[in-house]
Design a protein around this ligand. Structure first.
Ligand SMILES: Cc1cc2nc3c(=O)[nH]c(=O)nc-3n(C[C@H](O)[C@H](O)[C@H](O)COP(=O)(O)OP(=O)(O)OC[C@H]3O[C@@H](n4cnc5c(N)ncnc54)[C@H](O)[C@@H]3O)c2cc1C
Length: 496
């Protein structure tokens, strides 16, 4: 088949772009390096998922000091969205503006330009809120009380209401993958809707190793090569391999074609890596906790304007035994686990050019993920204050907090390495998602995010991807009209 577009990767960005392009009648090849996840229940199994880390990537990287690290990447159809906690929040309107002092880059588009795509994504993902359960309601009452100043809001979630009828899934959606499709992820909300269309080919187990340039014009990509040696051609190539991998493909493309020496944006590829400053807080109480979903509310505080707190999913003895440090005796972990309420504290990290992803040089050596909080002191200091205040407020209501900061290997919220902007000298991707200086190479994953915001990124990645795909369809139609000198037929999808 001759393809209009090849999409590399099937996470939030890849799945949303595939959906839009296929619904618009475009012929799409979606290449995903991982397999489709099994539906045999193993993705809900605590021992396999957290104990043996059976579904986490094993590729070795180095950190900024040259030490070996293994980032917690996921390779499977649907990407990280199959494992995410389904908290699907829009970025705030003010988070589209820059703030040079805090190293926050401006978006090249106004918040309003994303609004219709946020709405479409929310509809497709079935975003809803759930009632706050009794134990969390008590914690929220305390945190919002006098002298504490926390604001509590319902947390929008991409979960089916039917999940409450399946306790095994309701207890295991945050960090697990739903075999029944009760969590709205990239696969269930986007790919399954178009999977049977004849104009979509999904190939799993195919790692794209290179983007191929036209012989006559390096600014035109004509296809990709996979690790099995297969070559695939298309009119357009969309990178959606995630913020750790799309920049690696672009770096090697620029190196091979010599564009790295001429395009002003080339030096920025892989830079400005962001992943939120993250801490998990586990609050121990003498009493067993019975709330089921838990992750139903968002906590904000005026003193920490670039931060938010949300509960983690279910804890019990089995789960805590699997994630607790190995020095903790298992019987202790099994006693403590059912008495824990978990929270996830996140602070927006600024963009520093030295926080970056570096690909292998000509295939030699390991990729490098260099991220140092000392380069983004505003974010580091706000986060420290946030953790201290939140822990203090938990203690005041008789809960014993234990904090664990998430290290550089915690790449769940990776973004920003092919940052979008108007200026080709200060960004890699333009407002239409096209790589500056390239004719037909687009980026639709989290790499483009100029800011990581105070909340989780997936909804914004879906929305960006739908917007880029919609613009691409318009351009294809305009081109066809010009070529045929005849009126174009409308080719836009219905959302449902
Ligand atoms: C445990 C966990 C919990 C999370 N919770 C939330 C949450 O509650 N809310 C939220 O908004 N976000 C959450 N996130 C983050 C969210 O899942 C990511 O932000 C989002 O999935 C990123 O989308 P993406 O398209 O940029 O990349 P990914 O989802 O990482 O997709 C990239 C895909 O590309 C594939 N790929 C990579 N390289 C290649 C290659 N060379 N060739 C072919 N394919 C390739 C990968 O296998 C992968 O499938 C969570 C993430 C994790 C891991």
């Amino acid at each position: 088949m001759h393809f209009d577009a090849i999409i590399v990767g099937s996470g939030a960005g890849g799945s949303a772009a595939a959906y839009y392009l296929v619904q618009s009648g475009r012929r799409v090849l979606l290449l995903e390096r991982g397999p489709e996840l099994p539906r045999d229940g193993s993705t809900l199994d605590v021992e396999q998922v957290f104990g043996r880390q059976a579904f986490v990537e094993t590729e070795r990287w180095t950190d900024g000091q040259g030490r070996e690290i293994v980032p917690e990447e996921r390779s499977n159809l649907g990407g990280k969205t199959r494992w995410y906690g389904a908290a699907l929040l829009r970025f705030g309107r003010d988070e589209f503006a820059g703030d040079a002092q805090r190293l926050l880059l401006p978006w090249p588009i106004a918040a309003d330009e994303l609004t219709p795509f946020y709405e479409a994504a929310e509809q497709l993902l079935g975003v809803r809120t759930f009632p706050v359960e009794p134990e969390l309601a008590r914690i929220a009452d305390h945190l919002t009380g006098p002298w504490r100043g926390w604001d509590v809001r319902p947390l929008p979630l991409g979960l089916s209401a039917a999940i409450l009828d399946h306790p095994d899934e309701a207890k295991h959606f945050d960090g697990f993958a739903s075999p029944r499709g009760l969590k709205s992820d990239g696969q269930s909300a986007f790919l399954e809707r178009v999977r049977r269309h004849p104009n979509l080919v999904i190939a799993t187990g195919r790692t794209v190793t290179d983007v191929i340039a036209s012989d006559t014009d390096p600014t035109r990509a004509i296809g990709v090569v996979c690790d099995d040696g297969t070559v695939h051609r298309a009119q357009h190539v969309l990178l959606a391999a995630g913020a750790l991998h799309s920049p690696r493909l672009l770096q090697s493309y620029f190196e091979r074609t010599g564009l790295g020496r001429t395009l002003p944006s080339a030096n920025l590829v892989g830079r400005n890596y962001k992943s939120h400053v993250l801490t998990a807080v586990l609050a121990f109480s003498p009493r067993r906790k019975t709330d089921l979903l838990r992750k139903t509310a968002l906590f904000l505080h005026d003193d920490f304007p670039r931060s938010s707190v949300q509960p983690l999913g279910w804890f019990d003895g089995e789960f805590f035994s699997a994630i607790a440090p190995s020095w903790l005796p298992k019987p202790v972990a099994r006693f403590v686990g059912p008495r824990l309420y978990g929270f996830f504290l996140q602070t927006e990290d600024g963009s520093h050019p030295d926080n970056r992803v570096v690909a292998h040089a000509h295939g030699i050596g390991r990729p490098r993920l260099d991220y140092d909080l000392a380069r983004i002191p505003h974010a580091r200091d706000e986060h420290r204050g946030l953790v201290t205040r939140f822990n203090r407020d938990l203690l005041a209501m008789g809960l014993m907090p234990m904090s664990q900061s998430i290290p550089v290997t915690g790449t769940a919220h990776a973004c920003g390495t092919l940052v979008a902007g108007n200026d080709p000298g200060a960004s890699v991707v333009g407002p239409d998602g096209r790589v500056h200086g390239m004719r037909n190479l687009y980026v639709v994953d989290g790499s483009v995010l100029p800011r990581s915001s105070r909340v989780n990124p997936a909804l914004t990645i879906y929305a960006w991807s739908l917007r880029v795909a919609s613009g691409l369809v318009q351009r294809i139609e305009q081109e066809r009209t010009r070529n045929e000198q005849s009126p174009a037929r409308a080719g836009h999808p219905v959302w449902a």
